[in-house]
Design a protein around this ligand. Structure first.
Ligand SMILES: [Zn+2]
Length: 125
Protein backbone atom coordinates (compact mmCIF):
# COMPACT_ATOMS: atom_id res chain seq x y z
CA UNK A 1 0.00 0.00 0.00
CA UNK A 2 1.47 3.35 -0.99
CA UNK A 3 2.20 6.09 1.49
CA UNK A 4 -0.16 8.36 -0.36
CA UNK A 5 -3.00 5.84 -0.07
CA UNK A 6 -2.35 5.38 3.67
CA UNK A 7 -2.44 9.15 4.14
CA UNK A 8 -5.72 9.30 2.24
CA UNK A 9 -7.20 6.53 4.39
CA UNK A 10 -6.13 8.36 7.54
CA UNK A 11 -7.70 11.56 6.28
CA UNK A 12 -10.97 9.77 5.51
CA UNK A 13 -11.05 8.20 8.97
CA UNK A 14 -10.51 11.58 10.57
CA UNK A 15 -13.34 13.04 8.49
CA UNK A 16 -15.66 10.21 9.51
CA UNK A 17 -14.75 10.71 13.16
CA UNK A 18 -15.54 14.43 12.99
CA UNK A 19 -18.81 13.71 11.19
CA UNK A 20 -19.87 11.26 13.90
CA UNK A 21 -19.14 13.88 16.52
CA UNK A 22 -21.09 16.45 14.54
CA UNK A 23 -24.19 14.25 14.57
CA UNK A 24 -23.88 13.65 18.31
CA UNK A 25 -23.35 17.31 19.16
CA UNK A 26 -26.04 18.46 16.77
CA UNK A 27 -28.52 16.28 18.62
CA UNK A 28 -27.34 17.78 21.89
CA UNK A 29 -27.90 21.26 20.50
CA UNK A 30 -31.31 20.45 19.08
CA UNK A 31 -32.32 19.09 22.46
CA UNK A 32 -31.40 22.41 23.96
CA UNK A 33 -34.27 24.85 24.31
CA UNK A 34 -32.10 27.87 23.60
CA UNK A 35 -31.55 26.77 20.06
CA UNK A 36 -34.59 24.68 19.29
CA UNK A 37 -36.40 27.56 17.63
CA UNK A 38 -33.53 28.31 15.27
CA UNK A 39 -34.55 26.87 11.86
CA UNK A 40 -31.09 27.43 10.37
CA UNK A 41 -29.69 24.74 12.62
CA UNK A 42 -31.64 22.15 10.69
CA UNK A 43 -29.45 22.46 7.65
CA UNK A 44 -25.72 22.68 7.51
CA UNK A 45 -22.86 21.01 5.72
CA UNK A 46 -19.35 20.21 6.82
CA UNK A 47 -16.08 20.64 5.01
CA UNK A 48 -12.68 19.49 6.18
CA UNK A 49 -10.19 22.03 4.92
CA UNK A 50 -6.48 22.67 4.81
CA UNK A 51 -6.90 26.02 6.60
CA UNK A 52 -3.76 27.22 8.35
CA UNK A 53 -5.06 30.43 9.89
CA UNK A 54 -8.11 29.25 11.78
CA UNK A 55 -9.30 26.01 13.29
CA UNK A 56 -12.81 26.42 11.98
CA UNK A 57 -15.27 28.82 10.44
CA UNK A 58 -18.93 29.12 9.54
CA UNK A 59 -19.94 30.19 6.04
CA UNK A 60 -23.05 32.25 5.24
CA UNK A 61 -25.15 29.26 4.16
CA UNK A 62 -24.40 27.10 7.15
CA UNK A 63 -21.25 25.55 5.77
CA UNK A 64 -19.01 24.62 8.67
CA UNK A 65 -15.33 24.42 7.83
CA UNK A 66 -12.82 22.62 10.01
CA UNK A 67 -9.09 22.44 9.49
CA UNK A 68 -7.95 18.81 9.37
CA UNK A 69 -5.29 19.87 11.92
CA UNK A 70 -8.03 19.90 14.52
CA UNK A 71 -7.56 16.16 14.74
CA UNK A 72 -4.41 16.84 16.78
CA UNK A 73 -6.58 18.24 19.57
CA UNK A 74 -8.24 16.26 22.35
CA UNK A 75 -11.84 15.22 21.68
CA UNK A 76 -13.16 17.75 24.23
CA UNK A 77 -11.53 20.58 22.31
CA UNK A 78 -12.86 19.31 18.97
CA UNK A 79 -16.32 19.19 20.56
CA UNK A 80 -15.93 22.80 21.63
CA UNK A 81 -15.05 23.99 18.14
CA UNK A 82 -17.95 22.08 16.60
CA UNK A 83 -20.34 23.66 19.10
CA UNK A 84 -18.77 27.08 18.49
CA UNK A 85 -19.30 26.88 14.72
CA UNK A 86 -22.78 25.36 15.01
CA UNK A 87 -23.90 28.19 17.27
CA UNK A 88 -22.58 30.64 14.66
CA UNK A 89 -25.23 29.38 12.24
CA UNK A 90 -27.88 31.20 14.21
CA UNK A 91 -25.62 33.76 15.83
CA UNK A 92 -22.92 35.04 13.46
CA UNK A 93 -21.19 37.37 15.94
CA UNK A 94 -19.36 36.84 19.23
CA UNK A 95 -21.95 38.72 21.23
CA UNK A 96 -22.96 37.99 24.80
CA UNK A 97 -25.88 35.95 23.47
CA UNK A 98 -23.49 33.85 21.39
CA UNK A 99 -21.37 32.96 24.42
CA UNK A 100 -24.50 32.30 26.49
CA UNK A 101 -25.58 29.73 23.93
CA UNK A 102 -22.14 28.14 23.87
CA UNK A 103 -22.01 28.04 27.68
CA UNK A 104 -25.44 26.51 27.78
CA UNK A 105 -24.18 23.52 25.79
CA UNK A 106 -20.62 23.39 27.15
CA UNK A 107 -20.42 25.03 30.58
CA UNK A 108 -16.62 24.53 30.64
CA UNK A 109 -16.08 25.97 27.16
CA UNK A 110 -13.48 28.50 28.40
CA UNK A 111 -11.05 25.76 29.38
CA UNK A 112 -11.49 24.07 26.03
CA UNK A 113 -11.04 27.32 24.15
CA UNK A 114 -7.87 28.03 26.11
CA UNK A 115 -6.40 24.71 25.02
CA UNK A 116 -7.17 25.55 21.39
CA UNK A 117 -5.52 28.98 21.63
CA UNK A 118 -2.47 27.56 23.38
CA UNK A 119 -1.99 25.23 20.43
CA UNK A 120 -2.48 27.75 17.62
CA UNK A 121 1.07 27.11 16.42
CA UNK A 122 -0.03 23.62 15.28
CA UNK A 123 -2.08 25.34 12.58
CA UNK A 124 1.07 26.12 10.63
CA UNK A 125 2.19 22.49 10.37
ZN1 LIG B 1 -16.49 32.35 16.31
Amino acid sequence: MSQRYIAFEEQMNKTKRINRQMVRIRKKILDNWYLRCDPLLFSFSVKITNAQKRWGSCGPRGTLNFSWRLIMMPVEVIDYLIVHELVHIGQPDHSRLFWTKVRCILPDYKEREKCLKQNDRLLTL
